[in-house]
Design a binder for this molecule. Structure first.
Ligand SMILES: Cc1ncc(COP(=O)(O)O)c(C=O)c1O
Length: 372
């Protein structure tokens, strides 16, 4: 987390510590509610929203659950079909699977070898019963950027709601909710040097949505529970601290990493598209070696990289994303994701590439898949 984020949060733990609903009781509550709504506006302004349409949640997981299950509950009389893609992150996939157990039908769109959905397949999948399309803005493992503008246009024309998980693009790949015509957008704080445990859901005014956490009337009566005011303020600060210069720097580090690995380490494949990917992400397969072994060896040398997406890498199953783009188990097991952030420097790119050359070389010497 960025220390400037913590500095802005601190007073709302210790000085103005009232809960926002105390605005009806005493002045500290009024101040707390004012700051919470200000944080909403600060975050909204990054994506072209007034801020009133931002609902604070505990993170992207909750936001996507609320979006998908909330629309399904609100529109179950109008239709029972939901469309998503095969390579979504688990908050979306598992929300849709949960609905399938409760009588909904789902279509999981295929992706091509770079991870893009086919908008023709999307158009052909929309039917009378379709109420919602949920397709992510960027993929959590391979960073592929979907054409959300085109998807939004199709949804608007077909009169179905459009939700997008923008966890990895929020502030990194600027977008405007009106341009992409999204009704619901998932965002999170921890991916941008903000606090963990705070996220948001953009809910366009008038979008039918039923709350999933029952209790009080907080967050436009869409999410019960005492608001995480320091978290919301930290999230807003984190969003403001991201600059286009920083994103350019991340893009340069990403490009150098990809170029050097592909040129200098044999039998490597880039996962995802060369250009249409988030600036902070590189994902490559090192053939004939296990990604898990690479991450362990790099960890011992002080580098933190992952195989699947960080939040779900406890599972040893092959990545459903690499399987989705390739159908190849060996490729999925040899994939490694490198994510760059504010505190990385270009010289670390060269350091990790040198480390990878040694690690991959050593592992291949003992790999049973390596040819004599
Ligand atoms: C695309 C995507 N969606 C959702 C999540 C879960 O986010 P959170 O931890 O904010 O619930 C993650 C994890 O970073 C993610 O990569």
């Amino acid at each position: 987390m960025d220390e400037r984020v913590l500095d802005e949060m601190k007073p709302y733990f210790f000085d103005t510590y009232a809960v926002a609903t105390s605005e009806f009781a005493y002045s500290m509550g009024i101040e707390a509610k004012k700051k919470l709504d200000e944080a909403r506006r600060r975050i909204g302004s990054v994506i072209g929203s007034s801020g009133e349409e931002i609902i604070f949640t505990s993170g992207s997981t909750e936001s996507s659950n609320l979006a998908i299950r909330g629309v399904a509950d609100a529109l179950s009389d109008e239709g029972n079909h939901i469309i998503t893609s095969k390579t979504e992150d688990f908050p979306v996939l598992n929300s849709v699977k949960h609905l399938e157990k409760n009588g909904f039908d789902a279509t999981y769109l295929d992706v091509d070898e770079k991870g893009f959905i086919d908008t023709e397949q999307l158009k052909n999948s929309i039917g009378e019963e379709t109420i919602l399309v949920s397709v992510q803005h960027a993929n959590q493992e391979i960073g592929t950027l979907q054409d959300v503008k085109e998807i939004g246009k199709i949804c608007e024309k077909e009169d179905v709601l459009f939700h997008t998980d923008a966890t990895h693009t929020f502030t990194r790949v600027p977008f405007d909710v009106n341009e992409i015509r999204a009704d619901l957008v998932t965002i999170s704080g921890h991916t941008i040097h903000g606090p963990k445990g705070i996220g948001g859901l953009f809910v366009r005014k008038g979008t039918p949505l039923e709350k999933q956490l029952q209790g009080g009337y907080q967050e436009r009566n869409l999410r019960a529970g005492v608001e995480n005011i320091p978290g919301a303020i930290g999230f807003a600060k984190a969003a403001e601290l991201v600059t286009s210069k920083e994103n350019d720097m991340l893009r340069d580090m990403r490009n150098r990493t990809i170029d050097r690995i592909l040129n200098e380490i044999p039998s490597t494949t880039l996962n995802g598209d060369r250009k249409k990917r988030v600036p902070q992400n590189a994902n490559l397969t090192f053939h004939r070696v296990e990604g898990e072994s690479i991450t362990l060896h790099l960890d011992m040398r002080g580098f933190a990289v992952s195989t699947g997406s960080a939040c779900f890498s406890r599972s040893l199953e092959a990545s459903h994303v690499i399987m989705g783009i390739s159908g190849d188990h060996e490729r999925a097991h040899g994939s490694v994701r490198l994510t760059f952030g504010r505190y990385n420097e270009m010289e670390e790119v060269d350091m990790i590439v040198e480390a990878l050359k040694e690690v991959v070389g050593d592992l291949r010497k003992i790999s049973p898949l390596e040819e004599e």
